[in-house]
Design a protein around this ligand. Structure first.
Ligand SMILES: [Fe+2]
Ligand SMILES: [Fe+2]
Length: 413
């Protein structure tokens, strides 16, 4: 729906996975496509999910591939790409509409700026008019625009119709018999792949305790979504990402707290991940509640709990999605003695502080052993003075910033 192109940002990454796209990009047709994306005036496009910018940029991609398959000249390739760019600007709704091609062509005819972009404006306008009309009913259209080169008109029409038609995968209604070129029929699996990749977002799941939940140390309630680090992370990462908050007050790595089994992360991890897969990146931030005096755990035992949790996460995701997620193991800040002056004084004893202080080293080693990435907050971020166990809004921002940088860097490699 947004007026922002996605393919120019992703196409280099796609080229790593698709031989067809890689070979397009190394050709002059790839260069022409990138130029057409650069010059596309998105404000002119019809705004919709079905016929909006997404359909247009995919149609342009297919147009460039067809131009390459058919060995089109540079000028013809440019005209095909322009036809793909503006063929639907006359749409007024998403319904079956035989007139929208005519309206698109009229808009081009009325705009000196648009018309002058084409090498063969008359033939292109006639092709755009014809794209919305069934094959047998195009008689008389070339005359409306004063077409001088009927072959050029036929070529532009065929290329536009194929490029436009193959993107019918987006409505799960592609009839391959309508495709004109054999080369386009061979592109059908690619069209499905492009659609999947186009609509795909990278899912980040933040699994943690009250600091992921967004516990507010001032009120004992929950921060507004605006201040929780997973929500901030979502804003930082933008539309290509989905960020899921799976934080729970009192959650431990793998131990029932206060006799409550469901507070164990190990208890929850399988159903949570199975419900949200595919998960691309899993952020695990736990360990503070494991330090509770009532559990009397050593740092080694907590790290072993975290290891069980990581192994369970890897196992369930490998089973459900066939791939291992990227896991960022986040070590929380250590608990300071000031906790004894706050509302959680009863929960923490000397052993709690000792265990908490030893976690960073153990987690770092654990991350190495289990193929996770490690992000240490200890010494970087401090718990709020209000209760010595929870993050302030500002620290939620800092944590989200560090995670966003990590997640993006890897994506752009
Ligand atoms: Fe159309
Ligand atoms: Fe279209």
């Amino acid at each position: 729906m947004e007026n922002e192109l996605i393919i120019p940002r992703r196409i280099k990454r796609w080229a790593l996975e698709s031989r067809e796209i890689a070979s397009l990009l190394t050709s002059a047709y790839g260069t022409a496509l990138l130029e057409a994306y650069r010059d596309l005036d998105c404000d002119l496009l019809y705004k919709s999910v079905t016929h909006g910018v997404g359909h247009i940029e995919r149609t342009m991609l297919f147009g460039a591939m067809i131009a390459r398959n058919e060995h089109l000249s540079e000028t013809d390739t440019r005209d095909v790409l322009l036809c793909c760019s503006y063929h639907d600007i006359g749409r007024i709704d998403d319904r079956y509409d035989l007139e929208h091609g005519k309206r698109s062509a009229e808009k081009i005819r009325e705009s000196e700026g648009l018309r002058s972009l084409f090498s063969y404006p008359e033939e292109a306008m006639a092709a755009i008019h014809s794209h919305a009309v069934p094959d047998g009913e195009t008689e008389g259209i070339p005359e409306i625009y004063g077409v001088k080169d009927p072959e050029k008109y036929a070529l532009l029409t065929a290329c536009l119709k194929d490029a436009d038609n193959i993107d019918r995968v987006r409505i799960y209604d592609l009839d391959e018999t309508f495709l004109r070129f054999e080369g386009t029929r061979q592109m059908v699996p690619l069209a499905w792949w492009v659609l999947d990749e186009y609509l795909r977002t990278h899912t980040v799941l933040c699994f943690g305790d009250s600091n992921t939940f967004g516990y507010n140390p001032r009120t004992g309630g929950r921060y507004p979504s605006y201040f929780r680090y997973p929500s901030i992370l979502a804003r930082f990462l933008g539309e290509d990402y989905t960020v899921i908050n799976e934080g729970l007050n009192g959650r431990t790595t793998a131990f029932p707290l206060n006799g409550l089994e469901w507070l164990s992360g190990l208890y929850a991890i399988r159903p949570v991940l199975a419900a949200h897969c595919p998960v691309d990146t899993l952020v695990l931030m736990l360990g503070t509640n494991d330090c509770a005096a009532s559990l009397a755990l050593s740092a080694d035992e907590i790290a072993r709990g975290m290891e069980k949790l990581i192994r369970a996460a890897q196992e369930i995701l490998l089973e459900k999605q066939g791939t291992l997620p990227r896991i960022i193991l986040v070590c929380p800040p250590h608990i300071e003695e000031s906790v004894w002056k706050g509302p959680f004084a009863e929960d923490m004893d000397r052993n709690s502080l000792k265990a908490s202080a030893a976690l960073p080293g153990l987690y770092e080693e654990l991350a190495r052993r289990t193929g996770c990435e490690f992000l240490n907050l200890d010494g970087v971020i401090w718990f709020s003075e209000l209760d010595s166990e929870h993050l302030r809004p500002f620290d939620n921002y800092r944590l989200a910033g560090m995670l966003a940088e990590r997640i993006r860097l890897k994506e752009e490699e």
